[in-house]
Write a protein that binds this ligand. Structure first.
Ligand code: SF4
Length: 382
């Protein structure tokens, strides 16, 4: 396999600490704020839309790129707002087209450990961007590499949106360069570092910005929030954000799930399944995706497959079978492909969809969090 490490990264962005990012605001917040500027009231809504369009359709990085707004107003706005993105410190491209970015965020607590990963996975008819919601994670899922990294902090809404803008910049995926609107990034998944529901308010705001019809306009069906099962928030995801839901299930009984996903001790399988059965969006005929990592002799027996069918019998569900991606120090090995196929067939025969996820980006430290750990290790060695 060939791996490319790109050197021609954009220059480190300016300091945005004293300014607010335009892309970290809801359209309604910008509208409210623009009332403080010298704009005739009847033009307020139009000016907000223009600013919003240049930000999310044009991908501008400077106020000087905006053509149809008064210069004095742009000058005033530039004293408070910026389009600066967070900085990429590394970009790796796999031979299969998968691209991983290591992104440096501002230090908010004097920590030097402020990096997150964002990954683009191109497929035949779609391109998926996997974004992070926290630096590190508190949940210690035993099969997950990010679980070995301590939580540093929650991402702000603008840091979550910034990952999408950075990817669009690097892929040249802006509407203004592509009037036919053939997008490279068609789907967004919150499956990167962190538990999104432990950062609910910022995640909610970021997803509402991404799905706003006047801007990035991602369909809510094409945005997926993945949770390890923080039960009290699941209904709120459906009611307040309305995106697709994915659940990291990985086991069919509490004994095994307590080890793989320790938050299960607080929110056991039955409670989680009840919350999924009541997920508000299911009324709109959408499905919940259940992620199931295949671990040899841990959760991959055909008895487990049958238990899974029984567990999910009342939920419109799709089960993603994920061959385990080993990382240094992990205690598990991936199930044999023969066994994964048999497991999938049992579920398929029961009328449920259980595709086997194709491993992607294997040559670029593909396990979530692995590139960050390796970079920190090399830095500490210096
Ligand atoms: S699987 Fe998700 S919730 Fe669990 S440790 Fe990894 S990043 Fe955190």
């Amino acid at each position: 396999m060939m791996i490319t490490v790109h050197e021609n990264l954009p220059p480190k962005g300016g300091d945005k600490s004293n300014l607010q990012t335009v892309y970290g605001k809801l359209q309604s917040e910008l509208l409210e704020d623009l009332k403080n500027y010298n704009i005739p009231t009847k033009h307020n809504s139009m000016r907000t839309k223009q600013l919003w369009n240049w930000t999310f359709l044009g991908g501008v990085k400077e106020f000087s790129e905006i053509k149809n707004m008064p210069k004095e107003l742009l000058n005033e706005l530039s004293k408070k707002y910026t389009f600066t993105r967070d900085s990429i410190t590394m970009e790796q491209e796999s031979s299969d087209g998968t691209i991983k970015w290591l992104i440096d965020l501002a230090s908010k607590n004097n920590s030097t450990n402020n990096q997150i990963e964002t990954v683009f996975i191109p497929e035949k008819n779609r391109g998926t961007l996997c974004i992070s919601s926290q630096i590190g994670c508190t949940l210690n899922c035993s099969f997950c590499h990010t679980g070995t990294q301590k939580l540093v902090r929650n991402l702000t809404a603008d840091e979550i949106v910034s990952q999408l803008l950075i990817a669009k910049d690097r892929l040249d995926d802006w509407h203004r360069n592509n009037p036919n609107n053939i997008r490279k990034i068609t789907n967004v998944v919150l499956m990167g570092m962190g538990e999104p529901l432990y950062n609910f308010d910022n995640v909610k705001k970021a997803l509402l910005i991404m799905t706003d019809c006047d801007g990035l306009a991602f369909s809510k069906r094409r945005v997926t929030l993945s949770t390890s099962g923080i039960v009290p928030f699941i209904e709120r995801v459906g009611n307040e954000i309305g995106v697709s839901l994915a659940v990291s299930l990985h086991a069919t009984n509490d004994e095994v799930r307590d080890i793989l996903v320790p938050i299960n001790k607080k929110y056991p399988i039955r409670e989680l399944i009840n919350a999924c059965e009541n997920y508000p969006r299911l009324k709109n005929s959408s499905k919940i995706t259940f992620e199931y990592v295949m671990l040899k002799d841990v959760n991959d027996s055909l008895t487990d497959a049958k238990a899974l069918i029984k567990l999910l019998r009342n939920i419109p569900a799709k089960i993603n079978l994920i061959p385990f991606n080993p990382w240094p120090g992990s205690n598990y090995i991936c199930s044999d492909m023969e066994q994964i196929k048999k497991f999938s067939a049992v579920i398929n025969n029961a009328g449920l969809s259980a595709p086997i996820r194709k491993p992607r980006g294997q040559d670029i430290l593909a396990a979530c969090g692995q590139l960050k750990s390796e970079t920190l290790r090399l830095r500490d060695k210096k």
